[in-house]
Structures are given as C-alpha cells and as structure tokens.
Design a protein around this ligand. Structure first.
Ligand code: NAD
Length: 294
C-alpha cells in the first residue's frame, strides 16, 4: 500500500516517520520545502503537489491546520482530487469542523474517492512515540481497512460514527483540555498568591481527583516558564471557534468554552498565539502581576 502524506508540521513529521519505520512506502508534500526535505532524508519520496501525491498513492493522509487548508489541499487547484484515481482513500487527520468533513467527503464521493475523518489527541510526544488517541468518523468498512495503518501512529483507534463524528469527538476533547488548563491555571495562581510552593501543590494533588493528563503535562511547563509549543494557542482558538460554531448549530450552549475562548483571544492579542496553550496561565499572571514558577 502506497501512502501519500500532506502536512509535515509539528504532528505530521513524527507521524510520517513512524509510517516509514513500519515499512510503508511514502510520498510526502508540504508548502514548506525544508519539511519535505527532512522527511525525504528519512526515506520518503518528495511529491510536487497534492495532485502529484494522490496520483502515486492508494491512501492519502492529510495533517493540516484547519478546514480551509484541507478544502484547498483536497478540492483546490493542483489538489488531491485532481490526481486521485477512483478508489483512493483519503484519511484526514487534521482537526477541522465536522461540517467541513462532510462537505469534503461529498466532493470526494463525486470523484469515486472514499474519505474518513481521523483527528488525533496526545500532542507531539505521543505523535513521536506512536501512541496517539485517534477518533474516526466515516464508513465502517473503510475504517476496518485503515485500522492497522492508523495503529502504527496510535495507541487507540476508535470508530465514533459517520463522517464528521471523529471531529465532533475531537471538539469535545478540545473543550475539556482548554477548560482543564484554565482550571489548573486559576487554582495554581490561588495557591501561589496564598504563599504555597506550586511544586508542593502539584505533588500533593496530582494523584487525587483533581489530577489529570493535562495537569501532568502542563504544570511542569508552567513552573519552568517553558511555553515552547506543543500545541499553539492559535490552534486552540481555531478548535474552540469550531466547537462554538458546532454547538450553536446543534443547540448545545457552551458558556465555559466561550469564556476560555476570550481568554485565549486576549493572549493572542498580547503576542502569545504561537506559544503553547499552557501559556493560558499568562492571563492570570497579567491579572495578578505574579508568576507561577519553581
Ligand atoms: P503545524 O502548523 O505545525 O503544521 C501544519 C503544516 O501544514 C505546516 O507544515 C504547513 O506548512 C502545512 N500546510 C498548510 N497548508 C498546506 C497546504 N495547503 N498544502 C500543504 N501543506 C500545507 O500544525 P500541527 O501542530 O502539526 O497540527 C496539524 C493538525 O493537527 C491541526 O489541525 C491541529 O489542530 C491538530 N493537532 C495538533 C496537535 C499538537 O499538539 N500540535 C495535537 C493534536 C491535533
């Protein structure tokens, strides 16, 4: 099975490396030529465009920022659908709006291309060690065909429903992560202002009910003042925007999400859009003039 891989960013690079290590033949493309060269040096072949990648592949994976990027890469000029042969399978692993997945899937079907949406959770560390949580929407038969390949990149691969269900599940994930980082930031500012060492608070509570994967991953970054992404504030703003739009569409109010969205917008205006989302703590640091550091 020949795989095309489009989108070699923070996530796409380690994911494509794992596919190469597992023995898959890969042809790769990105807007950034240096990213292509990096993965070519690991054994992949360079593609010239989405159409060129599709023409050489049985399966094409996309790992791009948001809905407009995926639409352009699939349906745009020199895009995947221009080069795809009938029967090609598109596995979009980007986090995009569920309605966009449905729209792209429809355009694919008109060209005889099958599509599943398969966004991921776990960030760069889990992309590197191949243990991402992968949530999939689309035809169950196509899911079954893609399962082994997805398990090369993931520790769990779950079929959630029809096309778009993967991205709906991912939006739920992103709401929980954003609110969790906000809660951790607020609580650690409280204990810091009250004079208790944040490292002591972390070690005291991480094993109890308040403990979480978010707390384990983000508190060490916060106390070290290390906001290297990871997952960028601007990408989380994109996800919360998609969550709010989807929530409004289906009649699910998201009051806490909209509050954290405004906190992130504020940080974006302050120049932290490219920082890790753990920089949410800076919202509280600005309010109090106090840093949470070891
Ligand atoms: P990134 O910005 O690091 O990478 C995106 C890549 O896509 C870049 O290399 C860019 O050059 C390329 N690109 C953009 N438009 C293109 C086009 N039309 N054709 C070809 N290449 C194009 O982003 P990332 O962090 O790797 O995230 C990718 C997706 O995965 C996003 O939807 C994000 O929300 C999701 N995600 C990221 C993380 C994380 O921790 N970084 C975790 C889970 C999910």
């Amino acid at each position: 099975m020949k795989i095309g891989f489009i989108g070699l960013g923070i996530m796409g690079k380690p994911m494509s490396r794992n596919l190469l290590k597992a023995g898959y033949e890969l042809v790769v493309f990105d807007r950034n030529i240096s990213s292509i060269n990096e993965i070519v040096s690991c054994g992949a072949k360079a593609g010239q465009s989405g159409a060129d990648v599709a023409a050489q592949s049985d399966v094409v994976i996309t790992m791009l920022p948001n809905s407009p990027h995926v639409k352009q890469a699939v349906m745009g000029e020199n895009g995947i659908l221009e080069g795809a042969k009938e029967g090609l399978i598109l596995v979009d692993m980007s986090s995009i709006a569920p309605l966009a997945s449905q729209e792209i899937c429809k355009a694919c079907a008109e060209k005889g291309v099958k599509m599943i949406d398969a966004p991921v959770s776990g960030g760069e560390p889990k992309a590197i060690d191949g243990s991402l949580s992968i949530m999939v929407g689309g035809d169950k038969e196509v899911f079954d065909q893609m399962y082994d390949m997805l398990m090369v990149m993931g520790g769990s691969v779950v079929h959630c429903g029809d096309i778009g269900a993967g991205n709906t599940t991912k939006l739920a994930n992103q709401v929980i992560v954003a609110l969790n980082i906000a809660a951790v930031s607020e609580a650690f500012m409280l204990s810091t202002k009250a004079g208790v060492d944040p490292e002591k608070v972390f070690h005291a509570i991480r094993g109890g009910l308040a403990g979480s994967t978010v707390m384990d991953a983000k508190v060490p970054m916060i106390t070290a003042g290390n906001f290297t992404p990871g997952f960028k504030i601007d990408l989380h703003i994109k996800d919360l925007g998609n969550a709010l739009e989807t929530g409004h569409g289906v009649g699910a109010p998201l009051p806490l999400t909209s509050f954290v969205m405004e906190m992130m917008q504020n940080l974006h205006m302050d120049g932290y859009g490219q920082s890790d989302h753990s920089a949410l703590v800076k919202y509280y640091e600005k309010l109090t003039g106090t840093e949470i550091r070891k």
